[in-house]
Design a protein around this ligand. Structure first.
Ligand code: PEP
Ligand code: MG
Length: 597
């Protein structure tokens, strides 16, 4: 936590902004404005025959930039008082620069006449602008060059489709303020050197949010007008629990947040004592608490927090921030570290779940990238079954790791029984091939499970339970698809509610179908890690929950204070309700009564 103590910083008026608190904890540090910096650009020559294609690539980046700005513009109207006008005015100016402006015309001419790539053409055009603006006497007009640079940086960013590698080199507890942060960007953040981050867009169960929680980085999303108010190196406080961002905090505010930070750290230390005790209800029902893993660093956290296994290993990170695909050996290396690291506790490896808000560069050429509705498109198991090379490589690495300890294989976005059958056949084929190669595999192949995260899969859970060896209920996507609410979109975040009776009924369907077929079922969506939901999930019949490693002690503490009979009764009462607000009230009321002393 580094604080800039310069007198100028202390005199500025404190600004408090609010958003969605997506990852708890407090960060205090100097701001780093993430989206504004120019990315390094190189020059390349464009052949005569490729000029048209380069101009359309540029046109696409212009269209994408305009779309992003329109979205920000629409949200700025919600700001109170004059802030709405001020920010709206700036965004309108940026949008105007993307219409048939001198900037756009100039770039197109450079592509056609100088035969250079669009990124370099933008850079040169802006340099040219800089010279003519510098000669102007009018300070107002001279300042417009900053806006042109910001628009130029946005265009270049959209052309390059590149993460902000600068995040990996930040230090000094910097607090990143950005329009948007992707899961790939987050994977590059080092929590020892970065304090936390806040963004203008993003929802609480987006993968970026999940990664922030995984890294223990405090984060606030959906902060309207954030970038318009922030300056690089301003002091910033982020309160990821309350969803607050404070720019230029007063000394009193800083002191207050330092105390809160210490209290938060103290609470986390106390949780350490729960590591060795079981997650057992007051009336003696034992619950398996396992950990979700997005990044390798979490293996240690899973063990330190007393997880009984890895209930969900998201393998996407292996594919992020690189141009090529990870091969079988590289994946095996990673899986075997997990299996041996967990020392006999089960490890649930999920096959690649890309698409929607997770699309690594190495896979951008697949159809999922161009889909009008990526969340409904060729993603997850659908992509794996179409691109068998992807699936077979993962299955081979997983089967080899299964020789070292208990492994389960989990399939994302299952919507039909056929997908399960085809994957099982693929697994058997891969196993035969490996055995022919003389590779040691376990006698019995690993259990093959289905994520229940598509409403249709939950409704057809009986049929799926006939083919699957276990279920893992993914309430993040189940909520998104049941309620038609994009989990990454802060504008509809108020509708994203796993307590909606439709979502709860689907969870109940899946749990009951699993019980009838005697197959294990867990919940591994974000609600599993929130102690608020524990009574309801247990009351619905769940005995296995998988969550971010840091959540294990909090949920365990809650379970140890619960009475299963009372929780089941309350869950029944909740399932009779139609109104999500009433459901929340019934749950909160139950939690308040059972709160440990
Ligand atoms: C889910 O959808 O609930 C889930 C656990 O998978 P992911 O968050 O990776 O989509
Ligand atoms: Mg999912």
């Amino acid at each position: 936590m580094r604080i800039d103590e310069t007198p100028g910083a202390a005199q500025r008026k404190e600004q408090r902004l609010s958003g969605i608190g997506v990852s708890p904890g407090i960060a205090i540090g100097p701001a780093y404005i993430g989206d504004r910096g120019a990315l390094p650009v190189s020059e390349s020559r464009i052949a005569d025959s490729a000029v048209e294609a380069e101009r359309s690539r540029f046109a696409e980046a212009v269209a994408q930039s305009a779309k992003q700005l329109r979205k920000l513009r629409a949200r700025a109207t919600a700001l109170p008082g004059s802030a709405s006008d001020e920010i709206g005015y700036v965004l309108d100016a940026h949008l105007a620069m993307l219409a048939n402006s001198r900037l756009i015309r100039g770039v197109n001419q450079r592509i056609s006449r100088a035969h250079i790539n669009a990124e370099r053409a933008i850079e040169l055009e802006i340099e040219e602008f800089g010279k003519s603006f510098a000669a102007m006497k009018d300070p107002y007009l001279a300042a417009r060059i900053d806006d042109i640079r910001v628009v130029g940086a946005r265009l270049i960013r959209n052309l390059l489709k590149k993460p902000y590698v600068a995040y990996s080199s930040l230090s000094g507890g910097a607090v990143i303020l950005a329009e948007e942060v992707t899961p790939g960007d987050t994977a590059l953040m080092d929590p020892r050197r970065i304090g936390g981050f806040a963004t203008e867009v993003g929802g609480s169960d987006s993968h970026t949010a999940i990664m922030a929680r995984a890294l223990g980085l405090p984060a606030v999303f959906g902060v309207v007008g954030l970038l318009e108010r922030a300056r690089t190196d301003a002091n910033v406080v982020i309160d990821g629990s309350a969803g607050a961002v404070i720019i230029d905090p007063s000394p009193i505010t800083i002191e207050d947040y330092r105390e809160r930070h210490e209290a938060y750290t103290r609470e986390r230390r106390q949780f350490g004592r729960l590591r060795r005790v079981p997650a057992v209800t007051r009336d003696g029902v034992e619950i398996r608490l396992e950990a979700n893993l997005e990044l390798p660093v979490e293996l240690e956290q899973a063990l330190a927090n007393g997880a009984m296994g890895l209930g969900l290993v998201r393998t996407e990170f292996l594919y992020m921030n690189r141009e090529d695909l990870p091969d079988e050996d590289e994946q095996y290396e990673f899986f075997s570290t997990l299996v041996t690291g967990m020392e006999g506790r089960p490890v649930t490896l999920r096959t690649l779940d890309v698409g929607g808000d997770k699309l690594p560069a190495a896979l951008a050429h697949y159809a999922a990238a161009d889909s009008a509705n990526p969340a409904l498109g060729l993603r997850a198991i659908r992509l794996s079954l179409q691109e068998r090379r992807l699936l077979d490589t993962q299955l081979a690495a997983m089967l080899r790791a299964a020789a070292l300890g208990p492994v389960r294989i989990l399939l994302p976005m299952i919507s039909t029984v056929d997908e399960l059958c085809r994957t099982r056949e693929a697994m058997q084929q891969v196993a035969r091939r490996l055995r022919r190669r003389g590779v040691r595999l376990p006698q019995a192949l690993p259990p093959l499970g289905a994520m229940i995260e598509v409403p249709g899969a939950a409704l057809a859970a009986d049929a799926l339970a006939g083919e699957a060896d276990f279920f893992a209920v993914g309430t993040n996507d189940l909520t998104q698809y049941t309620l038609a609410v994009d989990r990454t979109d802060e504008q509809v975040a108020y509708l994203y509610n796993p307590l909606h009776p439709a979502v709860l009924r689907l969870v109940q369907f899946a749990v009951e179908a699993a019980a009838r077929r005697h197959i294990p079922v867990s919940v591994c969506g974000e609600i599993a890690g929130d102690p608020r939901y524990a009574a309801l999930l247990l009351g619905l019949g769940l005995r296995e929950l998988s969550m971010a490693p840091q959540s294990v002690p909090r949920v365990k503490r809650r379970i140890r204070s619960l009475d299963m009979v009372a929780a089941t009764r309350r869950a029944r009462a909740i399932m009779d309700q139609a109104d999500p607000a009433r459901i929340a009230a019934l749950l909160d009321d139950f939690n308040a009564m059972a709160e440990p002393a």
